[in-house]
Design a binder for this molecule. Sequence first.
Ligand SMILES: [Mg+2]
Ligand SMILES: [Zn+2]
Length: 187
Amino acid sequence: MAFTPPKPLRPGLFLDRDGVINVNHGYVHRAEDTQLVPGIVDLCLRARALGYALVVVTNQAGIARGYYSEDDYHAYSGWLRGHLASHGVLLDGIYHCPHHPDAGTGPWRRDCDCRKPSPGMIRTAARDLGLDLPRSIFLGDTKSDIESGERAGVGRLWMLVTNPAATVVPVGAQAFLDLAAASATLA
Ligand SMILES: [Mg+2]
Ligand SMILES: [Zn+2]
């Protein structure tokens, strides 16, 4: 029987959504509330040209809290995917956690292993898409983002800092004041 070598793993650029892709106005779920963070399109285009898979990893406790339904979330997510595609940015995957440990009701109220800072979404994406986590980057804007990347074994942890006076950059993370600076560091 012929031996089929496994497909080589790609590195991923994991991106938090709110505050990294779209400006965080709080539980954004409508097209009209969406403003892209300056520099996100250039960063994504550059990463993809360098061979990175683009993967969004987002906590969506607004679903557990009943601020919007999972259907609303998926409709918005589809719109955002198309909006980025209209700028030439093709996402390889979008992973979301609809849960909250102690808010909301029904199936969404539970301790899960996907809500950041847990590493579940990153691990699932890595399995689905064939990603090499030590060669990957996690770009987030909170301590919880950085912790999830660290726990999943992502090699480079990047933190976008929009308010330096109020932000403590976790040990092991590299801080960037804007996405152009992050893009310039890509290799
Ligand atoms: Mg965020
Ligand atoms: Zn979850």
